[in-house]
Design a protein around this ligand. Sequence first.
Ligand code: APR
Length: 248
Amino acid sequence: MDELIQEAARSILGSKLTIALTGAGISVESGIPDFRSRGGLWDRFDPDEYATINSFKRSPEKVWEMLREMEETIDAAETNEAHTGLAELERMGLLQTVITQNVDNLHQEAGSRDVIEYHGNSRSLTCLWCNNSYDYKEKKGEYPPRCECGKILKPDVIFFGEAIPFDAMTRSTQLASTCQVLLIIGTSAVVFPFNLLPRQAKQAGSKIIEINLEKTALTDHIIDIFLQGKASVKVSQLVSVVRELRGG
Ligand code: APR
C-alpha cells in the first residue's frame, strides 16, 4: 500500500490542476452516517418517501423527522483528518477545489476555501411559497421550522427531483474536464449527475485516485490508484508523504 501512497503523492505533486470529489463516507468518522452502507440513512428512511422534492411538498412534517435527525447529527459533528488534510493540500497550492455532495459544511469548517456544494447546504432554509430565506441558526430547535408566513421551511439541500444549482454544475463540469489529477473520496458514485464527473475526468486523461473502505462501481473501470481504507487514515498518510517528498 505504501507504494500506492507514494505514487498518488507524486501524481499530486506533478499536477497543475488537482480537484477532489467527496461523498458521505468522508464524514462517517465525524459521526455522520452515510446513506447506502449497512445502517446508513436510507436503511432507516426510504429515500422515495423522505428525500424527493415531491415528498417534501406532500408531507413536510414527515420529511422533517429525517431532516431533524440529520441536522442534530451534523450539529454534533467535528471535522476529521480527511477534511483537514484536503484543506492543507489547498493551502500548499496542491488542491484547487473540493466538489462535495455533502451538506454538512465540514470541508469549510476544516479550512477549505474553494468548495462547490453540489447538493446544496443544510445551513440555510427557504420558504417555497414566499421565498423568504433564513440562516439555520435562526430556526434552531424549531421542528418543523416555519416561515413568518406560517409555511414549513425547506433546507437549501437538493432533494431528488430538484436541479443541481447551475453554477455548481457548470464549474464542476469545467473542472472535471480540465483537471490532471482527481481524488474521489467516500462516495459510492451511484447518484446522477455527480457520477458523470469522474468519467468526464477520465475522458480528459486525468489520473484518478479513489479512497474508499471498499471497491465501488468505478474502481475496476476508471480508477488508476485505489487506496482502500478509512478516509481520515488514507488522506493523512497521503498528505504526510506529499509533505515529505516536497521537502516539508
Ligand atoms: N472512509 C472511506 N469511505 C467510506 C467510509 C470511511 N470511513 N465510510 C463509508 N465509506 C464509503 C462507502 O463504502 C460508500 O462507498 O463511502 C461511500 C458512501 O456512499 P453513499 O452512502 O452512497 O454516499 P454518497 O456517495 O455520498 O451518496 C451520494 O446520494 O442520497 C444521496 O444526496 C445523497 O449526496 C448523497 C448522494
